[in-house]
Design a protein around this ligand. Structure first.
Ligand code: GLY
Length: 433
């Protein structure tokens, strides 16, 4: 049976409320009193003071669905399941249960509540890592998973995969155990080492069943023990929807497909799938960011928003999609999600104006920039020198990341090292001034 995303939301919250978790609401995407974090990137980010003991939580067991933004994976947008904006279904124990109950709770939801095919489930656990010599392998999680899964589906990985956090530069963090589902050999790379840590897309992480937060990372780079042991667990709503709605990618779920269709419009069969996905993802993310009071600018989170919008408008231009389609898609995001996030409707007009304004300004820049780009290409054929790339950025407003996308479409190479040299020279000149 296929389950809608609104059902998934309800079932998740009911399950954890039924296990004595207090349902709390999603926080804004703008971090509250956390200068180390640009944008809320996880369910636990707004709760950091509870884990460090600076604040007392309303209850020791909490759960919610938190809107999050992560742009560190922006280059991966366009594959089956990376997103800049996503909703994290989270449950937390603040000095209450620890590894045993966290894993058992996740397993109960996976097996009995959502009915995932458990034969396709893998768990990853922290194996220890030379880079963190004082943090031992997570033998306890291995023992717990051993009672639930065959040993060949319990995979031991190092800090890159299985040490999570902190959200931001400092704060609570710890080893984690993640749950993956095998989507089938036919989606895989066929490599002999293909497994949950392979990027090929066969294995989809559906749940971080527990970050076991015992450590506090300080500005100095040192860890101290936290006063209490806590659990931070999170499952992506979009990824759950992929599996439970039996679709190929997050863009085919009921959370994104309607937005994607509005963007593609009549050009659906003539646009690269990657471009439609980038526009769909970025417009949804930008709409949520503006609703929370972020405006476009040249620094900090304002620049993150500008970059997302400009990338969406660039892909629209490259693929012949009308800018109005992006505006329509944003209105649809407001309509689809406002029952969960009322600030979308409250700020609808601001969202419309901000997107139109950025589209108009960027449209003019892009036109000028593309003209210059064509002149450069005419002259230099399949290669753009560092100096030309820098000029296109500095004088004609085409930043390197967008330039790279335009160049890639036309199979043109850019001397990025040369570009960085000219950029650094300019920085030195302005520092002198
Ligand atoms: N906070 C846990 C995670 O994002 O995976």
């Amino acid at each position: 049976m296929k389950i809608s995303s609104s059902e998934i939301r309800r079932i998740f919250l009911d399950y954890f409320a039924g296990h004595e978790h207090l349902v709390i609401s999603s926080s804004s995407l703008i971090p509250n009193e956390d200068p180390t974090l640009l944008i809320v990137n996880s369910g636990m980010a707004p709760l950091k003071p509870y884990f460090t003991g600076e604040k007392t939580p309303p209850e020791q067991r909490l759960c919610n669905i938190q809107k999050c933004v992560r742009t560190n994976d922006i280059e991966s947008i366009g594959d089956r399941h990376h997103l800049t904006f996503f909703e994290m279904m989270g449950n937390w124990s603040i000095g209450d249960y620890f590894k045993d109950e966290a894993i058992t709770l996740a397993w109960g939801a996976i097996k009995d509540v959502f009915g995932f095919d458990t034969h396709r489930i893998y768990a990853t656990v922290y194996s220890g890592d030379n880079r963190l010599p004082n943090i031992p392998p997570d033998e306890e999680s291995i023992r717990i998973w051993n009672s639930l899964l065959p040993p060949e589906r319990i995979i031991r990985l190092g800090a890159n995969s299985n040490f999570w956090g902190p959200a931001g530069e400092t704060g609570p963090c710890g080893p984690c155990t993640e749950v993956f589902i095998d989507r089938g050999e036919e989606l895989g790379c066929g490599g002999k080492d293909c497994g949950p840590d392979c990027e090929c897309g066969r294995f989809l992480e559906i749940w971080n069943a527990g970050v076991f937060m015992q450590y506090n990372l300080h500005e100095s780079g040192d860890f101290s023990e936290l006063p209490i042991k806590s659990v931070d667990a999170g499952a992506g709503l979009d990824r759950f929807s992929v599996i439970l709605q039996e679709v190929d990618s997050v863009y085919e779920t009921d959370l994104l497909k309607p937005i994607k269709d509005v963007i593609a419009g009549e050009r659906a069969n003539n646009i690269s799938e990657k471009s439609i996905r980038v526009m769909t993802d970025h417009i949804r993310c930008a709409t949520f960011m503006i609703a929370d009071g972020i405006y476009t600018g040249n620094t900090s989170r304002e620049y993150v928003l500008r970059r997302l919008l400009r990338r969406a408008f660039l892909h629209a231009d490259l693929s012949g999609v009308q800018p109005q389609n992006l505006a329509r898609a944003s209105s649809l995001v407001v309509k689809m999600f406002s029952q969960y996030y009322p600030q979308l409707t409250q700020n609808q007009r601001v969202i419309e104006v901000a997107i139109k304004k950025e589209g108009d300004t960027f449209g003019k820049t892009l036109k000028r920039g593309l003209k210059e780009f064509e002149k450069v290409v005419l002259h230099s054929k399949e290669f753009i020198s560092g100096e030309d790339a820098f000029k296109l950025h500095d004088t004609h407003g085409l930043p390197l990341d967008l330039l790279k996308e335009i160049a890639k479409e036309q199979k043109i190479k850019i001397d990025e090292e040369g570009y960085r040299f000219f950029l650094e020279e300019q920085r030195k000149r302005s520092r002198k001034k």
